[in-house]
Design a binder for this molecule. Structure first.
Ligand code: NAX
Length: 328
């Protein structure tokens, strides 16, 4: 029998966790022939609720679920992990300043970075969904000096999928006809969804839309503020779609992106496209066997330059703030 792949998930008792765990366990991440062992991290007060979720996971009798372990000690839960999905984070609560948010999450992601460094398997890949995702990934990576920086990424796949969905609706084409979508920058309101290189049925997406005002004034803000619109409508933040994007991102990273397409992932910058080296920023990437490569040679026009620079400036600011706090 095949050795199970160990997938660690943090924040497992949260909203996203409640969708994500079942999707991983049923084979949506690694396929029907690869057994998975779930290793679930939560804070102490949430462990009881998590036990209930584990009862339900077991009740599904998923053929691909080899076992489940839960706990509140990252050193134990990350032991031997091949993939870690860092979903748990401290949300911003009323009256909380940005600095408070960064330090609360800093405490989580420094500790988890160190635990991954010391206990994860040699082939570990780390995907960060918990916000502020890009900067949390930078904190975890910096605190895991023995793990190559390329093994950390932050989630912008939900933004990527939202952009595909909005474009599909506008043009009345199925999502399968849309390729080469790109989200640049931070997973925040400054992100830049780029239609200039996207394709619809093989043709340029920006030309297919043919409406600069819709692009700048409707499409970009709709994609960037979709999270807030979901909260407004359902009274809770996106969960199933965030879990689905977390699966898409990890699956493509480990198993490879489609031959005639690319995906968006926030990864450590090598300075490509003028993005400050060392920050974790979203790029168009192709993936294969657990490695990614930034798509090179795309022409960046003035409009795009301004948008990318603004989002990168925000990431540099976040990096400087966590440096100031001694977290990296
Ligand atoms: P929930 O508040 O429902 O769940 C978070 C869970 O994390 C809680 O159960 C909490 O106990 C746990 N947790 C807190 N500290 C922990 C620690 N140190 N170790 C382990 N677990 C810990 O939030 P949910 O809706 O599931 O969202 C999780 C995160 O994803 C949030 O930070 C959220 O902002 C972020 N999102 C990121 C998205 C993205 O595209 N990158 C989109 C969706 C989502 O907003």
């Amino acid at each position: 029998s095949t050795t199970p792949v160990k997938v660690a998930v943090t924040g497992a008792a949260g909203q996203i966790g409640y969708s994500l765990l079942f999707r991983i366990a049923c084979g949506d991440l690694l396929g029907p022939d690869t057994p998975v062992q779930l290793q679930l991290l939560e804070i102490e007060p949430a462990l009881k609720a998590l036990e209930g979720t584990v009862m339900e996971l077991n009740d599904c009798a998923f053929p691909t679920l080899a076992g489940v372990e839960i706990g509140s000690d990252p050193n134990k839960i990350f032991d031997g992990a091949n993939l870690a999905l860092l979903v748990g984070a401290r949300p911003r609560t009323k009256g909380m300043e940005r600095g408070d948010l960064l330090s609360a999450n800093g405490a989580i992601f420094t500790g988890q970075g160190k635990a991954l460094n010391d206990h994860a398997a040699d082939d570990i890949r780390v995907g960060v969904t918990g916000n502020p995702a890009n900067t949390n990934a930078l904190i975890a990576s910096t605190n895991a000096p023995d793990i190559p920086k390329e093994r950390f990424s932050a989630l912008t796949r939900l933004d990527h999928n939202r952009a595909i969905s909005q474009l599909s609706e506008k043009l009345g084409v199925p999502v399968t006809e849309i390729k080469k979508m790109t989200i640049w920058g931070n997973h925040s309101a400054t992100q830049f969804p780029d239609l200039f290189h996207a394709e619809v049925d093989g043709k340029n997406a920006y030309d297919a839309v043919g409406d600069q005002d819709w692009y700048a004034d409707t499409f970009i803000p709709t994609v960037a503020k979709r999270g807030a619109a979901i909260i407004e409508a359902r009274g809770a933040s996106s969960a199933a779609s965030a879990a689905s994007a977390t699966i898409d991102a990890a699956r493509d990273w480990l198993l490879g992106s489609a031959a005639d397409d690319w995906v968006s992932m926030a990864v450590v910058s090598d300075g490509s496209y003028g993005v400050a080296e060392g920050i974790i920023s979203s790029f168009p990437v192709v993936t294969k066997n657990g490695d990614w490569e930034i798509v090179q040679g795309l022409e960046i026009n003035d409009f795009s330059r301004g948008k990318i620079d603004a989002s990168v400036a925000e990431l540099v600011e976040e990096r400087d703030a966590v440096k100031e706090l001694g977290l990296i």
